[in-house]
Design a protein around this ligand. Structure first.
Ligand SMILES: *[C@@H]1O[C@H](CO)[C@@H](O)[C@H](O)[C@H]1NC(C)=O
Ligand SMILES: *[C@@H]1O[C@H](CO)[C@@H](O)[C@H](O)[C@H]1NC(C)=O
Ligand SMILES: *[C@@H]1O[C@H](CO)[C@@H](O)[C@H](O)[C@H]1NC(C)=O
Ligand SMILES: *[C@@H]1O[C@H](CO)[C@@H](O)[C@H](O)[C@H]1NC(C)=O
Ligand SMILES: *[C@@H]1O[C@H](CO)[C@@H](O)[C@H](O)[C@H]1NC(C)=O
Ligand SMILES: *[C@@H]1O[C@H](CO)[C@@H](O)[C@H](O)[C@H]1NC(C)=O
Length: 458
């Protein structure tokens, strides 16, 4: 500021100076000359002043610029300051509003807490009241309990009393029962007594009988002794008798026949005797083909099993009143004594009867396989046995047939198989029992009968 004042004063001085100098132009040439002269004089004196002014002026200009810059900076600073102040104010107001919010919130929380504290007080009061109630209740319960206890005691007393009464009743009942039992016992005793008395009576009676019996025994013994002596005598008689009988038996055995012929028309089982075997029963038949036939094989019901081994066929099997096979050994022994004829009797399901007859039937001994011989054929049917002539007997355990395998196994029976047969009267009863193909699965009955040939003229 001081500079500006100085500057202004200097300007005024300069102006005064300049006015003094410029007035000369209007004057005259004289003046100009004067002036020139002056100028040459004044210049020399004023020049440093002018320089000084000029310098001052420059400095003034510079300071003015600086002032200007300073004022600009000031202005800038002022702006910045204002901005900062604004920002601060804004922040402060924000913080203030925030604080206000917080404050309000705190106020709210405080109110809430107050309310809860109030509620808490209320609860406390309630609890206190409840506790009071509880105490009251407890005292009541105690009272009741004591009452119940006293009642229990009285009840116990009562039940004791009742039990006593009950046991008393029971006792009474038992006593009466006992008396009943006693009565029953007495009755039983009486009964026992009476039965014992009866038994005693019986015993005495029995002892009498025993006495009588011993007496009787004595007499019997006496009789026995006499009997024994008689018996010894009789034994001697019997011995004599026996000797006579055996004598008779011997003579009678000589008369036992070796075939059914002597029995004639008397069909049924008879004993015959054959040398090499002895006595055995045979079925004699006089119905099929006249009198005197021995049945050596019979199928009339299928009740016998003909699937038998060699030993069984050798010995014979079955029952004479049903199906049977007399046995190969007997057949061999019989037919080896004399000429026999064979009669085959076949009954078909439709009732037709067929026969086949061979006039020289025999079989060889066992060593030769009981081979079959037939003789001449006669009959009302084809000769089906011829193919088995001279064939050995075959069973499932002894294969003497001409087939590769065992025919007895294939056809479940022993027979004089070739390869294998045209007839098999030992086959399974039913469809296998056959005579040629004419009679297959049709045979109701089959029988083989033999009879000595020579003794009858047929
Ligand atoms: C048994 O019977 C006889 C004769 O009747 C009598 O004397 C006896 O006293 C009886 N005994 C009893 C135990 O009843
Ligand atoms: C015992 O024998 C006698 C005669 O000897 C007879 O009178 C009596 O009846 C017989 N008694 C009996 C139980 O048999
Ligand atoms: C007759 O003799 C036979 C054979 O010798 C014998 O089995 C039978 O028991 C005898 N009979 C009597 C009655 O002696
Ligand atoms: C017949 O006898 C044979 C040999 O003992 C046996 O294998 C078979 O099962 C018997 N058949 C019947 C039907 O009993
Ligand atoms: C019974 O059946 C046999 C064998 O089939 C036959 O040959 C015969 O003529 C029949 N007889 C009758 C009376 O039908
Ligand atoms: C029959 O056949 C058996 C074997 O199966 C054989 O041991 C036996 O010698 C034969 N018998 C005859 C007489 O050929």
């Amino acid at each position: 500021m001081g500079r500006t004042k100085i500057y202004v004063v200097l300007l005024m001085i300069l102006e005064l100076f300049l006015v003094g100098t410029t007035k000369g132009e209007e004057t005259c040439e004289h003046d100009r000359q004067m002036e020139e002269l002056c100028r040459s004089h004044t210049y020399k004196s004023v020049k440093p002043l002018l320089d000084y002014f000029r310098q001052v002026r420059n400095e003034l200009d510079q300071s003015e610029m600086k002032e200007k810059q300073i004022s600009e900076i000031n202005c800038d600073l002022m702006n910045k300051y204002h901005e900062i102040v604004r920002i601060h104010e804004k922040q402060i107001s924000e913080i203030n509003s925030d604080l206000m919010n917080k404050y309000h919130e705190i106020v709210r929380i405080h109110e809430k807490l107050m309310k809860e504290a109030f509620q808490l007080d209320e609860y406390k009061n309630k609890i206190l009241r409840k506790e009071n109630d509880l105490q009251l209740c407890q005292s009541k319960v105690d009272k009741l309990e004591s009452e119940v206890n006293s009642q229990k005691i009285t009840i116990n007393k009562l039940t004791l009393h009742a039990n006593f009464l009950a046991s008393y009743d029971k006792c009474k009942e038992e006593l009466s029962d006992e008396s009943d039992n006693l009565e029953i016992c007495e009755d039983q005793l009486k009964k026992l007594n009476s039965s014992i008395i009866e038994k005693d009576k019986k015993i005495s009676r029995h002892s009498v009988t025993i006495q009588n019996l011993t007496e009787h025994q004595n007499t019997v013994e006496l009789k026995l002794e006499s009997s024994q002596t008689k018996l010894i005598k009789k034994d001697k008689d019997i011995e004599i008798c026996h000797a006579e009988i055996t004598k008779l038996n011997r003579t009678s055995h000589l008369n036992i026949p070796s075939s059914c012929l002597p029995f004639g028309e008397h069909s049924g089982v008879h004993e015959i005797k054959v040398s090499g075997i002895g006595f055995f029963d045979v079925l004699c038949d006089s119905q099929v083909a006249g009198p005197g036939w021995i049945v050596i094989q019979q199928r009339i019901g299928g009740k016998e099993n003909f699937t038998r081994d060699w030993a069984t066929y050798r010995k014979g099997f079955g029952s004479l009143d049903s199906d049977f096979f007399l046995g190969l050994e007997k057949m061999y022994r019989l037919t080896s004594l004399q000429q026999y004829e064979l009669y085959i009797h076949l009954v078909v399901l439709n009732g037709s009867i067929f026969y086949a007859r061979y006039d020289d039937f025999k079989i060889s001994d066992e060593d030769h396989g009981y081979a079959l011989s037939l003789g001449k054929f006669k009959g009302n049917i084809r000769d089906a046995m011829r193919s088995t002539e001279n064939k050995k007997f075959t069973t499932f355990d002894r294969d003497n047939d001409s087939a590769d395998n065992n025919c007895a196994v294939v056809y479940d029976s022993g027979w004089w198989y070739n390869n294998c047969y045209n007839c098999n009267l030992n086959a399974l009863y039913g469809m296998y029992l056959n005579w040629w193909t004419e009679i297959r699965n049709l045979l109701k009955e089959a029988k083989m009968l033999i009879r000595p040939k020579a003794e009858i003229n047929n």
